[in-house]
Design a protein around this ligand. Structure first.
Ligand code: ADP
Length: 495
């Protein structure tokens, strides 16, 4: 082993989306927030992503052209520009090829396999050619960057810049694995003649699976909550890759995502009219009254106000809510639902609104400002997901003193401590099974506590509002894992 040196660990975060440049889901939030937190904890961190045509012009105007390169892709050499900008103290590098990235949206094209194979190969090439991009750890995220570990090992072992780079692969959603026809092996990836690579990428006779490649080739695997790391190893959650997660269990860890506690803060949130904090919660009563008025609900302080905010898809356990709606409404609770998604789910909640005027409101739209008012004005956030890799809504709700009722899965299980009526412990309520009566029992138990034991409710609210869901905690955990891959680098900050 070489001499140990104290210096900053250099992390390159490879991602297909990052806030504020491009976002379709939670990955965009992670890539937008984690780098700053890693830097604050004493690492160097840069982000590399595609230069999409959809990146807002104000950011494109600030990009500086760093250079260009030709990326070897099987039998071709493909042009790639490299652009750079600094945003909130983080270096962002954009890989530019208009054939691949000058499109109306990020994903969903016939050649997605080729587009993101190109992106992954271009990342390797950029690490080799641009000194600014040299790193100790490359953190790859989801299938779009899953080929980086494969390419680095198969094509860049001889490169001084690449041969000591450790690959970390982070799973944000195992439902999307990047499965394509195996003609890509020869035509695009250029690994058809390497039996080990071809074998490890294959998932059946005719298809290859990018994520499977990353699971085989990475030095470390992470996912976005400790419970999801266990669930990924089960057939029910693993989407056909559970056997791979079991095989690689010794290098698999779960780190709970954070939330941006600057944005999600009921004391300063500019999108809510009434501010409040853990020790001065009166403003929340006003926020509830305002939300009831806005949504056409009866102005009753004692009626527990249940909010649901999120995609209206099967993953979110909406079947349970639909089944139990009559029982919930007959107990005098109120409900506001905000979300878009599957047509049948949207229709069901519109129908409930017409059945329960003054008690139920469905806003079938995407409305960030309304979501803030709902987190502030609600008493209870309902999130009975079938699976939830991490989940942000439950953490945001706790910050706003809105107690979550969740199913015990993935990140919901890891972030919500269930109420114990004997000890008073807890930050919310949870139930175990995908069973509508079990959910309704748990939810109505929470409603009862809200109405009849204000003191206990207040204690739970305060505990949730003061729990640390910051990215700093996640960054410390990531850096501990990254440093274990590089024992020759002594951490810059003492931890
Ligand atoms: P997922 O990533 O599965 O969609 P999360 O709970 O992790 O679910 O994150 C969802 C985020 O998107 C939350 O911040 C939530 O407030 C926000 N969100 C979801 N749907 C809507 C909507 N219709 N309007 C406003 N914000 C929404």
């Amino acid at each position: 082993m070489t001499h140990a040196t104290r210096r900053k660990l250099r992390v390159l975060l490879a991602t297909s989306e990052a806030v504020p440049f491009a976002k379709t889901g939670g990955l965009g939030d992670v890539a937008g927030s984690l780098p700053q937190a890693l830097i604050a904890e004493g690492a160097k961190c840069a982000v590399i992503m595609p230069k999409y045509a959809t990146i807002p012009q104000e950011h494109r105007d600030r990009m500086e052209h760093l250079g260009e390169m030709y990326v070897p892709l099987a039998w071709r050499s493909v042009y790639c520009g490299v652009e750079h900008l600094v945003h909130d103290g983080v270096d962002f590098y954009f890989l530019d090829n208009e054939d691949y990235f000058k499109r109306d949206s990020l994903y969903g094209y016939f050649d997605d396999g080729e587009r993101f194979a190109f992106f992954s190969k271009a990342i390797c090439e950029a690490i080799e050619l641009f000194p600014e991009l040299q790193c100790d750890v490359v953190q790859c995220n989801d299938w779009q960057t899953a080929l980086v570990p494969v390419f680095l090992r198969e094509f860049y072992r001889e490169s001084d810049a690449c041969n000591n780079v450790k690959c970390v692969f982070t799973v944000h959603n195992v439902k999307f694995q990047g499965q394509f026809g195996d003609s890509l092996l020869d035509d695009v990836l250029g690994v058809g003649h390497i039996p080990a690579a071809a074998d490890q990428l294959r998932c059946d006779d005719r298809s290859i699976n990018f994520m499977k490649g990353a699971l085989c080739y990475s030095d470390l695997l992470t996912t976005v909550s400790p419970s999801y790391a266990v669930e990924l190893q089960m057939p029910f959650f693993g989407e056909g890759l559970d056997y791979m997660f079991r095989r690689r269990a010794s290098i698999l860890s779960g780190i709970l995502n954070g939330i941006d506690q600057g944005i999600w803060n009921p004391e300063t949130d500019p999108l809510i009219a009434f501010h409040y904090g853990a020790d001065s919660i009166d403003g929340k009563k006003e926020a509830k009254r305002a939300l009831q008025e806005e949504c056409g609900l009866v102005q009753d302080e004692d009626a527990p106000l249940i909010v649901m905010i999120g995609r209206l898809t099967n993953q979110k356990g909406l079947g349970l809510v639909r089944y139990a709606m009559g029982r919930i409404m007959s107990e005098g609770a109120q409900m506001v639902v905000l979300g878009t998604g599957d047509a049948d789910q949207e229709e069901a909640f519109r129908y409930f609104e017409s059945c329960y005027p003054g008690q139920m409101c469905a806003r079938i739209t995407f409305d960030n400002a309304l979501s803030h008012r709902m987190y502030a004005g609600g008493d209870i956030l309902l999130m009975p997901s079938e699976f939830e890799p991490c989940g942000l809504s439950q953490m945001i709700a706790m910050r706003y003193g809105t107690l979550p009722v969740v199913r015990e899965t993935g990140g919901l299980r890891d972030s919500v401590q269930p109420y114990n009526q004997f000890t008073g412990e807890g930050t919310g309520f949870s139930f175990a099974n995908m069973n509508a009566d079990e959910m309704a029992d748990c939810l109505l138990g929470a409603c009862w506590l809200y109405r009849d034991n204000k003191e206990a409710w207040r204690v739970l609210q305060r505990r949730g509002m003061t729990t640390d869901f910051s990215w700093d905690r996640a960054a410390v955990e990531y850096l501990e894992l990254f440093h274990a891959l590089h024992p020759e680098i002594i951490p810059w900050k003492k931890r």
